[in-house]
Design a protein around this ligand. Structure first.
Ligand code: MSP
Length: 625
């Protein structure tokens, strides 16, 4: 069994259909912070992350680039690992589902579960969402659409293999009830228990190769590949050594799985039932965090004109962004990202409180004690209080981290930093040096030691900048006991760690402007989905002289857009024209009419012409490069 001092932490395996975005970065930073806290607490940690490389959407992404899926995955993988390096992520293993070690375990588990009689063959008709890579049942749909992507689903009828998930429904309910920490936070556990009140369907776990061949072949039918989730989830046991290294597997399993709330069902229902069938113990905890929102919507790759939090790195550094993401989100709930709140948080906590304590202490020691941490004699009651409060902060932070209450742990540390700033104000060592130098020495030693402890406590969140503080103080060891700092140490030189960000109103505009200049990168341009669309119907909009309402066909989908072309085209002459639209714009309502996309036209002064495609070869829904 996994020892008390072993901590196995996982992130989801990210899809490689696109480059990494803030959602991926957040879960990975969160895992890194937790892993570092646990390492500091003396535990042995195994932090696993990686990539989910099979499935329809990866195949589609490769097809769009006209390259083989494996090549696409190989091109995408460094984008993730490079970002992890930039974000100071220290993982212990990086697994890709296309690796041999993984395929072997997936096939073994499939074989085992099949032999056991938990997999059967059947015909099925279902609603498939490529975005989620899963079928949805009618009762899960919202207005007939995917609840995650708000898009129509693909109706698919085919013969497939099914995993008898329903067989384990009661066992799962019992397990969740008997292990209150299994699914966290509590409201997510209740959500799953609520879902399990309805009879559970069996899980379709295969795809015929004739439809999708980018996957792991079923060991008992070479015409089929496994379905993404039955493949990807298994990584969590492959990496610690299931089948390949029994000792290592026993050392690490069970894991703590960190996930976002959108993949709760797959982790808290599919995965546990798969494990029951395979005879593998359950994970320790499945913890679902909330989403970073921009306004009302989930931040992801299509950020539109919103500031991408990852762009703040080049301007303000990685550590402040890590700090902000960890401090601002209450784990389990959604949080809103705005550049204003980032700057506010940075200026108040990092520049005013933490950075200020550091620069005050080092400046005063340089000025009055020849840059050497001073000797002190007796401590007064004030310093004994500070020492006690440091000890209780250390203890409390550990407890909060154990409960995954990271934002509260950070606030606890900052409260301590603020109390030291107040102590400095009250004691005024800059005055004391003139009247009682040994008292000034005592105050500056106490403030420096408090700073060292605060930096150590914040190290998992801001590994780089706290290292500079510790290095300046000549105290790089991770000892959280009071009194480690050595009097007589010469302070190293340093530049200001958290220079204040000057804010001119309006902040958002300013930040947006500096970050987004006129030039866009290739990746940014790739975000824009340009497609061909066939006009089926066109009509005027009452009360809006310039607008026409168009019903268009984009591949399989029909949609409505509004265009400002009424002064240039009569509705009847538009029918049957193949135009070009921006297909992935957020829907807007114009003069009370909903518009899902934007048409492209060339315009100068009063002259306007739609971009019309005149070729029999081109059908609606084609992608424009
Ligand atoms: N491949 C599956 C997971 C398989 S795990 C065996 C997958 N991949 S993903 O690339 O879509 O990664 C999603 C992760 O990023 C999820 O945990 C998701 O919640 C998280 N985020 C995506 N956007 C997010 C925000 N805006 N905010 C926070 N995290 C969100 O799902």
């Amino acid at each position: 069994m996994s020892g008390k001092n072993n901590y196995f932490l996982t992130t989801p395996l990210y899809y490689v259909n696109d480059k990494p975005h803030i959602g991926h970065a957040y879960t990975t930073i969160l895992a890194d912070v937790l892993a570092r806290f646990h390492r500091t607490a003396g535990e042995e940690v195994f932090f696993l992350t990686g990539l989910d490389e099979h499935g329809q959407k990866i195949q589609q992404a490769a097809d769009e680039k006209s390259i083989l899926p494996q090549k696409h995955c190989d091109e995408m993988a460094p984008r993730f690992t490079d970002l992890w390096e930039k974000l100071h992520i220290r993982y212990d293993d990086f697994i890709r589902t296309t690796e041999k070690r993984h395929k072997k375990v997936v096939q073994h588990i499939l074989e085992f579960v099949y032999e056991k009689g938990d997999i059967y063959f059947d015909e099925y008709t279902g609603q498939y969402c490529v975005g989620c890579e899963r079928f949805y049942t009618e009762k899960e749909l919202v207005d007939g659409k995917c609840p995650q992507h708000d898009k129509p689903l693909e109706a698919i009828t085919e013969k497939n293999y099914f995993f008898k998930m329903s067989k384990y429904q009661q066992k799962l309910i019992n397990y969740i009830n008997e292990n209150p920490d299994f699914i966290q936070p509590k409201h997510r556990k209740n959500e799953i228990l609520g879902f399990l009140r309805q009879p559970l369907d069996d899980l379709c776990i295969s795809r015929p190769k004739s439809r999708l061949n980018w996957g792991i072949e079923l060991p008992f039918d070479k015409d089929y590949v496994t379905y993404v989730w039955f493949d990807a989830l298994i990584n969590y046991v492959t990496a610690p050594g299931y089948l390949s290294d029994d000792k290592s597997f026993k050392k690490w399993w069970p894991a703590v799985h960190l996930i976002g709330k959108d993949i709760l069902m797959t982790h808290a229902v599919y995965w546990p039932t798969m494990l029951f069938s395979a005879g593998i113990p359950q994970p320790k905890t499945i913890f679902a965090h909330g989403w970073w929102l921009s306004g009302e919507s989930k931040m992801s790759k299509s950020l539109g004109n919103v500031v991408n939090p990852l762009d703040l790195i080049d301007k303000y550094g990685v550590d402040p962004l890590r700090y902000y993401l960890m401090r601002e989100m209450v784990l389990g709930q959604d949080a809103s990202f705005t550049p204003e709140s980032f700057i506010k948080r940075y200026n108040s906590d990092l520049a005013n409180d933490f950075g200020n304590l550091f620069s005050r202490v080092s400046t005063l020691i340089a000025k009055n004690f020849e840059n050497v941490i001073p000797e002190y004699n007796e401590l007064t009651e004030e310093e004994t209080k500070i020492q006690k409060s440091a000890e209780s902060v250390i203890m409390y932070v550990n407890q909060l981290i154990e409960k995954m209450r990271i934002n509260e742990a950070i606030e606890e540390i900052l409260q301590f930093v603020r109390s030291i700033n107040r102590y400095m104000e009250q004691q005024a060592p800059w005055k004391l040096v003139k009247t009682d130098k040994s008292a000034a020495a005592r105050v500056l030693y106490t403030a420096s030691e408090s700073l060292r402890i605060s930096a150590l406590l914040l190290q998992p969140v801001m590994p780089n900048r706290t290292e500079i503080i510790l290095d300046t103080l000549g105290a790089n060891g991770a000892n959280l006991k009071w009194g480690i700092l050595k009097s007589g140490t010469i302070l190293k030189k340093h530049s200001p760690l958290f220079p204040r960000i000057k804010v001119e109103e309006p902040v958002a505009e300013k930040v947006k402007q500096t970050i987004q200049d006129n030039i866009i990168t290739y990746d940014e341009f790739q975000k824009v989905e340009l497609k061909t669309a066939l006009i089926l119907k066109a009509e005027k909009i009452e009360g809006a002289d310039r607008l026409l309402k168009l019903q268009i066909e984009v591949g399989e989908e029909k949609q409505q857009i509004v265009g400002g072309i009424a002064e240039h085209y009569k509705p009847e002459e538009l029918i049957g024209k193949m135009i070009v639209i921006v297909a992935n714009l957020e829907p807007v309502t114009i003069c009370g009419v909903e518009s899902n996309g934007m048409l492209l036209a060339a315009k100068k002064g009063k002259d306007l012409s739609l971009i019309i495609i005149d070729s029999d070869k081109v059908k609606s829904g084609f992608k424009i490069f």
